[in-house]
Design a protein around this ligand. Structure first.
Ligand SMILES: NC(=O)c1ccc[n+]([C@@H]2O[C@H](COP(=O)([O-])OP(=O)(O)OC[C@H]3O[C@@H](n4cnc5c(N)ncnc54)[C@H](O)[C@@H]3O)[C@@H](O)[C@H]2O)c1
Length: 367
């Protein structure tokens, strides 16, 4: 057992949680490694991957409830890449309240036993000794996310919000965490090299080279439950804001303007055979010297869920440093680098340095 244990509860044992749990096992001897792809540092402020321990998990899918986390991460409809065969972990998935977690598109593939009662989540968190709750609910789970955020507060846990329901970036929820003396990191995790960060890097390149960005889009397709769920356009309002702001804020920070009609960013369709492979199409229309037009088209193909697992591991370790140091409310530095919709947007290079400084300031001091 690690002496620096970080006890984590997972909400929503879907593809992202599967990649996270597989990664914790795959890299359990990371102390010996110099480099682990997807992590900022192997030794992150004194913490290693092996220190992270899943102590509780909540879901509503009959295929997952009652199973050991090590089994449930492979249960249907999860369909992400299997890169590690995780053994039983001695932690069973518990039934959380359904609320708005399942919609008319996902209902067919996420079987919910409506007769089974939800557990007392606050009690379950306290009994497990969890210090951190990580939220992986489907997009649009406003009520369910607020429910678990409140449970985290009531159980005295920090909250890492990987989804585009606004908690850390919402003034009311930020205050709730601050008043409770607890930290929150969010919202909407940024993948290692995914659509958002690639789009931001390209926009930065154009701006650095003195180009005027006239129009841009980012279209995404995938075949996982995340994309199936997002067929319900009404659930997408915050996702669209989160993804669009992430790029638009950069253009505006550099003194350019772009009309709403000239920037379109969002998930676009569900293609079942793609499974957890996400395709992203980015186009930037610009003008260079002499007002001569130029166009850039990019196609990115990436396995969606492992792409954010390393970022989640670093976010969890930032959260542990926050808890150790009594930080409360939204934690700005890790949110700026690791999340699409942080309370405050920064240039990615600035945000990275902010996290380095954060680690340096709050790192574990070993005697
Ligand atoms: N893949 C990435 O890199 C990435 C990046 C940014 C954001 N996200 C977000 O992370 C979230 C999770 O993604 P995913 O691919 O794992 O989705 P998923 O659909 O595979 O997993 C969601 C899980 O939540 C469970 N669930 C539904 N309602 C619940 C409730 N009320 N209580 C407990 N569990 C409930 C589902 O049964 C499922 O197991 C999504 O919101 C996604 O948009 C992912």
């Amino acid at each position: 057992m690690s002496k620096n244990e970080i006890k984590v509860a997972v909400v929503g044992l879907g593809n992202c949680a599967s990649s996270l749990v597989q990664g914790l096992y795959y890299y359990r001897n990371s102390k010996k490694e110099k480099f682990v792809p997807g992590l900022m540092h192997v030794n992150f402020g004194g913490y290693y991957i092996e220190d992270i321990k899943i102590v509780a998990a909540f879901d509503v899918n009959k295929n997952k409830i009652g199973k050991d986390v090590g089994e449930a991460i492979y249960a249907s409809p999860n369909n992400t890449a299997i890169f590690a065969k995780v053994p039983k972990m001695g932690v069973k998935v518990q039934r959380g309240p359904l609320l708005d977690g399942v919609n008319k598109y996902t209902a067919d593939v996420v079987p919910v036993d409506t007769k089974q009662k939800a557990v007392d989540v606050v009690k379950a968190l306290k009994d497990s000794g969890a210090e951190i709750v990580i939220n992986y609910l489907p997009v649009g789970s406003q009520q369910a996310t607020e429910f678990y955020a409140q449970c985290a507060i009531d159980a005295g846990c920090g909250f890492v919000n990987c989804i585009p329901v606004f908690i850390a970036s919402d003034a009311k929820w930020a205050k709730k965490f601050k008043d409770a003396g607890l930290p929150v990191i969010g919202d909407d995790i940024k993948a290692q090299v995914g659509a958002t960060i690639t789009h931001r890097a390209l926009v930065n390149l154009f701006l650095d080279r003195g180009m005027k960005i006239e129009r841009t889009y980012q279209l995404n397709t995938g075949g996982n439950t995340d994309f199936l769920n997002m067929l319900e356009r009404e659930r997408l309002a915050s996702k669209k804001i989160s993804k669009t702001e992430s790029v638009k804020s950069m253009i505006e920070a550099r003194g350019q303007t772009i009309e709403d009609d000239n920037i379109h960013i969002g998930p676009s369709d569900y293609v079942p055979w793609q499974k957890d492979n996400k395709l992203c199409f980015i186009r930037i229309e610009s003008k260079h010297f002499g007002d001569v037009p130029m166009y850039l088209d990019l196609r990115l193909s990436v396995e969606d869920s492992p792409n954010s697992a390393g970022v989640a591991i670093d976010s969890i370790r930032c959260m542990k440093l926050a808890l150790n140091n009594g930080l409360k409310g939204p934690i700005i530095e890790p949110a700026a680098f690791f999340q699409k919709r942080p309370p405050k947007q920064f240039d990615d290079r600035v945000a990275k340095q902010m996290v380095e400084d954060y680690i340096d300031k709050y790192k574990l001091v070993t005697k």
